[in-house]
Design a protein around this ligand. Sequence first.
Ligand SMILES: *Cc1c(COP(=O)(O)O)cnc(C)c1O
Length: 397
Amino acid sequence: MDRTYGKRTQMVHGGTRRSQYGEVSEAIFLTQGFVYASAEQAEARFQALGPDEFIYARYGNPTVAMFEDRMAALEGAEDAFATASGMAAVNGALCAMLRAGDHVVAARALFGSCLYILEEVLTRYGVTVTFVDGTDLDQWRAALRPGTKAAFFESVSNPTLEVVDIAAVAEMAHAVGALVVVDNVFATPVYSRAIAQGADVVIYSATKHVDGQGRALGGVILGTRDFIRKTVEPYMKHTGGAMSPFTAWIMLKGLETIDLRVRAQADSALQIARALQGHPKLARVIFPGLADHPQHALAMAQTGSGGTVLAMEVAGDADSAKAAAFRMMNALHVIVISNNLGDAKSIITHPATTTHQRLPADQKRKLGISPGLLRLSVGLEDPADLIADLRAGLDAI
Ligand SMILES: *Cc1c(COP(=O)(O)O)cnc(C)c1O
């Protein structure tokens, strides 16, 4: 579809390929292989793929290609590669572009599995990584050096919702020739303008808002056609992290409603953050959409939204805060205890004992993952019911 159409039109029609039956809803091409009309055609296709030709689903598939093209259109990227999960996307993008001796600068506040790739996997293969406080531009400036290959960060960090200035980091990274690789899950494809702001590579876990209904794992790497086809594709197609066609279909259907869902979730998140702000049982409410958030102005300039996730810290010292947080979670009736985010169902998480359990205590402290910290992914329920549920939970402390 013509790229001049708006984002919402792309969400519904972008990348659509119709079979000879002219189906309205995207077809699921649940096939790993493709039949060739002749031996000559097979030979030709293995030599060079035409614009809409496929040979094996690990390399590409029509349903997966629809999802890739739709995501690229939404994000304003030249091309995309769909992956089996968000982590396959992070690992694929970084491993495809880095080699022994390379240097990477990364923000310290990262999803646990991203941290594993940077600290354990890349260093094992001779890549050196310098960690910085992603919100401190002086630290980025000091760490980036000629020869640095990549700057990697979550544009909004999990779970403490620190916002990194994409344009400012990109300017410094590009000055030393490094690519800017952004894990953009919390910004969501609805609010993202990361490529226009200077990101070279944008990564989503499609498991989150793209599916948005908690059904399937998926991911996507977005970038220039050269980067996707010459750097990412050879690595991904030979290492096996491809997205399944059935997952691609789920994600395509998710994209049709993502704008409506995410805007409703973000509206509710702001209402909830305002309702909880100043609650006597809470030491603080962290939400980029609130004026007291340290990067509120940046969040508004960068994405125009506070997002769909908020964090709150239950008051009390270490032992009592954990007990209080657990008591509150256990008293909830609408919000479920789980660890996904971006789902239609509101989900509460205690990061210190679940998603970030394995982080050493000093790291947790450095990242603000305290015993009283709770992460709330706001869903599509009535916001009044969510606020009442949270207030009743806090009353139970
Ligand atoms: C969930 C998440 C991932 C990993 O995605 P999966 O689909 O679970 O593999 C990576 N980064 C961020 C910021 C996430 O929230």
